[in-house]
Design a protein around this ligand. Structure first.
Ligand SMILES: [Zn+2]
Length: 187
């Protein structure tokens, strides 16, 4: 663990530089500095929340808030690797409580619908199929491949090859591939 150079107690995860200062600090210290610099109040908000997904399985999300000169970034991520992750962005003077509510609603929408289901061929071999002709996911680094990414769908990682296999039932169809910022709403 890299210790925060400011409070010397928490884990450092932000590189902060302003004028001649450059420090590796924790998220709380970062927020404190920005709070003073931009006169933003850090509202007391929940640090985690839990929701049930489309099949009733409970997921716990940890909330991280980061204040930037151009606004507030708030992210909810599961503590597991390649789980669900959602983010929203608000103005510096927005209600952070409302921003959190927006984030929870986004997580609820995102976990409420099944996108990929596993079916079985008559011979028992399993295959994945796209439920509604559309998938929304997160692009992540695949450490087992240097040429293709992982795509996180329904809170589960799929290799690029697995995604390709799911598309094989759509031979002859058109495909639209568009990327979005993590804080955008994907229609
Ligand atoms: Zn600190």
């Amino acid at each position: 663990m890299n210790q925060c150079e400011r409070c010397e107690s928490k884990e450092a995860n932000v590189h902060f530089s302003m004028e001649e200062t450059s420090m590796f600090i924790c998220n709380d210290c970062y927020n404190e500095i920005i709070e003073e610099e931009f006169e933003v109040n850090i509202e007391e908000i929940a640090k985690s929340f839990s929701i049930r997904d489309f099949q009733g399985v409970e997921h716990t999300f940890h909330v991280e808030r980061r204040i930037h000169p151009n606004g507030i970034f708030m992210e909810a991520a599961e503590s597991i690797e390649f789980g669900y992750r959602f983010a929203v962005h608000g103005e510096l003077d927005c209600s952070q409580q409302e921003l959190l509510t927006k984030l929870i609603m986004k997580a609820r929408r995102g976990t409420g619908v099944r996108q990929v289901e596993t079916k079985a061929f008559p011979n028992g071999q399993a295959y994945n199929s796209i439920v509604t002709d559309q998938i929304t996911g997160l692009i992540e680094y695949d450490e087992t491949s240097d040429s293709t990414p992982l795509v996180i769908i329904d809170g589960n990682p799929f290799t690029w090859e697995e995604v390709g296999k799911m598309l094989m039932t759509y031979e002859g169809f058109q495909l639209k591939l568009k990327t979005y910022d993590p804080t955008d709403d994907v229609e």
